[in-house]
Design a protein around this ligand. Structure first.
Ligand code: ADP
Ligand code: 5GP
Length: 212
């Protein structure tokens, strides 16, 4: 039976494990597409334009917003970030899930959009603030100054934990991955994700009437 795609939103304070779990979820099901955000921040070493992010100038970013081409957008760590609208609606209708690695502001905007009934939002909490700092430091991608900035902002992000459908404490990575897959598997069976159910039930009804 045909199904509708989910908009799977993954948020957390920076360093809690979004990118790692995004990668693992997509290895588990390569049909899940990733919403490539647009951003005005500079690329980190190893990041590829058009794969990790679309790196835009502030003017180009603002133009996309003005043209109504963003599903949501926000200002994070002094830079603009946004999810381009184009690829999302088509993927959902075609039955593919789209994964978003976005902050709480973007999650709220999508939850209030016309696509809200197809949203699955998940928040990742770190086991402790000490471990969050350790992960940012061992990731080795950011300067001490950037890490300090991310740590300062972490509470702002964590404080929105209770507006998400699911909350996972990312202590053991493999366990968190399993929980994430379980959630996605179950949510795909949500009634609103199965547009052909109504036809199936009609057929059951016709058969039932014939039978009785
Ligand atoms: P985010 O995308 O949320 O900023 P990352 O996925 O980049 O976070 O994870 C930050 C660092 O923590 C990475 O080096 C990653 O390998 C590591 N990490 C992620 N989850 C765990 C975990 N459960 N246990 C230990 N290290 C983890
Ligand atoms: P980073 O610079 O570490 O890649 O991302 C910083 C923060 O911006 C993360 O919390 C990430 O989830 C968020 N982010 C990335 N892309 C988007 C987006 O398109 N929209 C919003 N609202 N947040 C985003």
């Amino acid at each position: 039976m045909k199904r509708r795609g989910l908009l799977i939103i993954l948020s957390s304070p920076s360093g809690a494990g979004k990118s790692t779990l995004t990668r693992r979820l997509r290895e588990w099901d390569p049909e899940i597409s990733f919403s490539i955000s647009a951003t005005t921040r500079a690329a980190r070493p190893g990041e590829v334009n058009g794969k990790d992010y679309r790196f835009l100038t502030v003017d180009d970013f603002k133009r996309m917003v003005a043209d109504g081409d963003m599903l949501e957008h926000a200002h994070v760590f002094g830079n603009f970030y946004g999810s381009p609208k184009g690829p999302v609606a088509d993927a959902i209708e075609a039955g593919s899930d789209v994964l978003f690695d976005i902050d709480w502001q973007g999650a709220q905007q999508i939850a209030n959009s016309p696509l809200s009934q197809h949203v699955l939002s998940i928040f990742l909490l770190p086991p402790s603030i000490t471990e969050l700092r350790r992960r940012l430091e061992t990731r080795g991608q950011d300067s001490a100054e950037v890490i300090a900035k991310r740590m300062t902002r972490s509470w702002d992000e964590i404080s929105h934990w209770d507006s998400y459908d699911y909350v996972l404490i990312n202590d053991d990575l493999d366990a968190t991955e399993e929980r994430l897959k379980t959630i996605v598997t179950a949510e795909r069976l949500r009634r609103t994700q199965q547009p052909d159910l109504i036809d199936h039930v009609r057929r059951l009804h016709a058969e039932f009437e014939e039978d009785s």
